[in-house]
Design a binder for this molecule. Structure first.
Ligand code: 26V
Length: 810
């Protein structure tokens, strides 16, 4: 029965009184939010059960997206949208004197991810469900999500994210679906009736408990599952004899020691460290996930020999690569298949996405660590390596160097990317340029050996969250002009282009942006106590803080602009508000120093009466999904200024264009494809090309010092880093200064500086022509459909997974 306002009100009141045994008006907003969330989840359960029942027939191939990170953000608004009941609930609540938006704001972000890679996984879940593709997520239910960032006296301070402190209404603990994961111990081989069998003894046992969250498709009755695993010790395992021996600590600690596996999300997103706990986390969720998938598959009558025809395992970067040897272990040791058959099934089941070419992010585990923690898995990796290397020897006789660089085990390390390539049937990059670099440079040897494995899948974002839900006014304008087809088929956004001739539409675009900017200005005032003018250009740089993303380049141009304003306070310029947001990895000194620099500039500029009407600098605390939604829709300018070749794709670039911001970008990652869509007239491109960057790396003839000596403007801003202008402590920004000069500016900040300034001058000029500006914003919106993750997921489904939608969609 369709839900009406009346039904909803009754359901809601009932749910509230059942949960809290009191009247609605006696409840807190948190209680009301929790009752509403629980009710909304209940509304999805019928479809959830029915979807699962359909999957039980095994008619449809299912894909499992294995990822260490799922950055879901809030779920209430999107669940209501996808169930098609947001307006009904809003109205029902209004009649009960409750504001839906207030309840939505209560929800804690589910922040189980670092950045792009984790948010991509979340967008993919939404698209899979919305397209009716049988696709589920598998990951870790971290007790503490990505840390909360507080800016205190200009510096980042990390605070634990206790997101589970108040109940998570979206998840269901599935006690009956627990799995056992084994660590350590020893493996012995015995010959039983002519077959080598492997026995694993003396291991430690960890109980993996699944928590399921429904992933609701957009108005299609499909509900997929995100299954996150939590580590628990097995109570029965409690060794009481140790109490007699007085070993209290060991036993008590064992509980928290085991449970610590799912305590924390590592806050590094592109720096590998061989931490034992991280290796444990990886095996823990991969093993639990695979065991439960295979158990379920067999229960539904699936034949193990046909696993690859019915199930796809996708690994999000190398973090779940142990899925390859773990699947081999299950097929050989438990299902008793022969090696060749098991290998064939494994390769055809697993596919892998690479998300970065940064060398420091490549995972490799010390051999002895893998051997000790996962003895059987190590044996299997060794065997995979042995067989694979003998193929390499056949093809490349005598080429020692090549073979050792392609080997899975070499220099006493297990190289996870190599294992992922060898043990999967598909390897993809996340944007055209990135894939070309993988094929022709970073993974060139593998590409030569396996030319058919490599392919590109340019990233995407879900337009349901990043446009329809987060920017309701723009969505209303789009519906008014082009109808609502774009909701199910975002490629239809292109129809918006013809409306851009209409002055009223241009005026509406302007007003919508202004309103979003006003809202953000209020939020900025609330959070930072700083007044910003919605008439100024909102120039936004939000993403993880990292040297390659070049927040420093942005800082230097603001410092330069400030110098020019001090020389000429009447400088003719459109006022600008520079908005930054992003977290630094706690151990990444230079990134933390960059945050200090942004805040020091903010402090100086915002308090200088000479420039106060011209420029403002804001560093928003605790950049996260829910804040991104508010910032992005209010942006005029999208800063996508990474050193060319370094940003694999970027996804915020897509979110900004979809919300009508103009991109200032280097020709890196998906920026190139955005440029190709909107053409050069509707994007502002600057900086080195990928060939130029690669050439610099090859020839080593870059000298930042020469640039510094020959360009007085650059010299001046660099000197400002250490001349006391931004800090009495002249050494405070010395490391940034040194990275740019003494260490020869690895990311070509100085080389791109002048070009970047010119690009910003074009922005200034363009913004003065309000109509033209808005038309360009409109063109960006119209061309953003291709960057919906629906397009991306269709490509994965057709070209990698071979999955079919439960129903036909356009
Ligand atoms: C790498 C590592 C290295 C080992 C330690 C922990 C860790 C965690 C995450 C990663 C993945 C690489 C970082 C990442 O998030 N890559 C981003 O992926 C986005 C989605 O494809 C893409 O848009 C960004 O350009 C890329 O930087």
């Amino acid at each position: 029965m369709p839900i009406t306002t009346e039904i909803f009100k009754k359901d809601f009141e009932e749910k509230f009184s059942k949960m809290y045994a009191k009247e609605l008006n006696e409840g807190s907003d948190l209680e009301r939010y929790q009752a509403l969330g629980t009710l909304v989840r209940d509304y999805a359960t019928k479809d959830w059960i029915e979807t699962n029942n359909k999957y039980k027939s095994l008619e449809n191939k299912e894909v499992y997206y294995f990822s260490m990170e799922f950055l879901l953000g809030r779920l209430l608004g999107d669940s209501l949208l996808n169930l098609g009941i947001r307006d009904i609930c809003k109205e029902g609540l209004r009649e009960l004197d409750i504001d839906l938006e207030i309840l939505e704001e209560i929800e804690q972000d589910q922040g189980l991810g670092n950045g792009g890679l984790g948010r991509l996984a979340a967008c993919f879940l939404d698209s899979m469900a919305s397209l009716g593709i049988p696709g589920h997520g598998c990951g870790i239910r971290y007790k503490y999500g990505f840390f909360d960032q507080k800016i205190i006296e200009g510096s980042q301070v990390e605070v634990a994210d206790k997101w589970l402190q108040s109940k998570n209404v979206w998840e269901i603990r599935k006690e009956d679906k627990c799995e056992i994961v084994k660590f350590g111990g020893i493996v012995t081989a015995r010959n039983i009736d002519g077959r080598l069998k492997f026995y694993h003894d003396g291991y430690e046992v960890v109980k993996a408990v699944p928590y399921d969250t429904p992933v609701i498709g957009y108005e299609n009755n499909v509900v997929n599952t995100l299954r996150l695993w939590s580590a628990e010790s097995i109570e029965d395992n409690f060794d009481f004899s140790s109490f007699n021996r007085g070993e209290y600590d060991r036993e008590i600690n064992n509980k928290s020691y085991v449970e610590s596996i799912s305590y924390i999300l590592y806050p590094e997103d592109s720096f590998y460290e061989g931490k034992l706990l991280r290796l444990k986390q990886q095996y823990f969720f991969v093993s639990a996930g695979l065991q439960s998938i295979i158990r379920n598959y067999k229960k539904n009558g699936g034949s193990i020999k046909k696993l690859h025809e019915k199930i796809s395992i996708h690994i999000n970067d190398t973090h779940p690569t142990l899925a390859i040897p773990e699947l081999m272990r299950i097929l050989i040791d438990e299902e008793e298949l022969e090696w060749d058959e098991a290998w064939n099934i494994t390769k055809n089941t697993v596919s892998y996405t690479n998300h970065t070419i940064l060398a420091e992010a490549l995972e490799k585990w010390p051999v002895n660590m893998v051997q000790e923690l996962l003895p059987r898995i190590y044996m299997i990796i060794e065997e995979i390596n042995k067989r694979y290397c003998s193929m390499l020897w056949d093809k490349y006789p005598g080429e020692w160097h090549k073979i050792s660089s392609m080997a899975i085990i070499s220099d006493n390390y297990v190289k996870m990317a190599n294992l992922a390539i060898v043990g999967s049937h598909s390897v993809n990059g996340v944007a055209k340029l990135h894939t070309e670099i993988l094929k022709n440079k970073e993974m060139a040897d593998f590409y030569e050996f396996y030319p058919n494995k490599f392919n590109n899948k340019t990233n995407g974002i879900t337009h349901r969250r990043w446009l329809i839900r987060s920017n309701p006014d723009l969505t209303a304008l789009l519906k008014d002009t082009i109808g609502d087809e774009f909701i199910k088929n975002p490629m239809k956004l292109v129809n918006f282009k013809e409306h851009l001739k209409n002055k009223n539409v241009i005026e509406s675009l302007y007003k919508i942006k202004y309103k979003n900017k006003e809202k953000l200005a209020k939020e900025i005032y609330k959070e930072k106590g700083i007044v910003v003018d919605p008439n100024s250009i909102f120039d936004v740089h939000v993403k993880r803080i990292h040297a390659y993303k070049r927040q420093t380049l942005n800082c230097l141009r603001i410092m330069d602009l400030y110098n020019r304003l001090l020389e000429n306070p009447n400088l003719d310029m459109v006022p600008r508000t520079f908005i930054f947001g992003g977290k630094a990895a706690p151990g990444y000194h230079l990134a933390k120093n960059t945050i200090q620099l942004i805040n020091a500039i903010a402090d100086k500029v915002n308090n200088d009466p000479i420039v106060k009407d011209k420029i403002k600098v804001i560093m928003m605390d605790n950049y996260r999904v829910s804040l991104a939604e508010k910032i992005i829709r209010a942006a005029d300018v999208s800063e996508q200024i990474s050193t060319t070749t370094k940003e694999a794709s970027g996804t915020s670039n897509m979110k900004f264009m979809m919300n009508g911001a103009i991109t200032v970008a280097t020709l890196d990652g998906a920026n190139i494809e955005i440029r190709d869509e909107v053409t050069d007239d509707n994007i502002i491109i600057f900086g080195l090309t990928s060939d130029e960057v690669l050439n610099y790396y090859k020839t080593c003839d870059y000298s930042s010092f020469d640039i510094y000596n020959n360009d007085s403007r650059i010299k001046k801003v660099l000197d400002n880093l250490i001349d006391g202008k931004y800090s009495e402590d002249r050494n405070k920004f010395r490391d940034i200064y040194d990275s740019l000069l003494i260490y020869n500016d690895e990311f070509f900040v100085l080389r791109d500086f002048n070009d970047y300034i010119k690009a910003q001058e074009r922005v200034d000029k363009l913004y003065r022509d309000k109509e033209k500006w808005q038309r360009i914003c409109g063109i960006n919106i119209a061309h953003s459909g291709i960057f919906s993750s629906d397009r991306t997921i269709r490509e994965y489904s057709k070209e990698i997974w071979n999955t079919k939608a439960l129903y036909k969609s356009e």
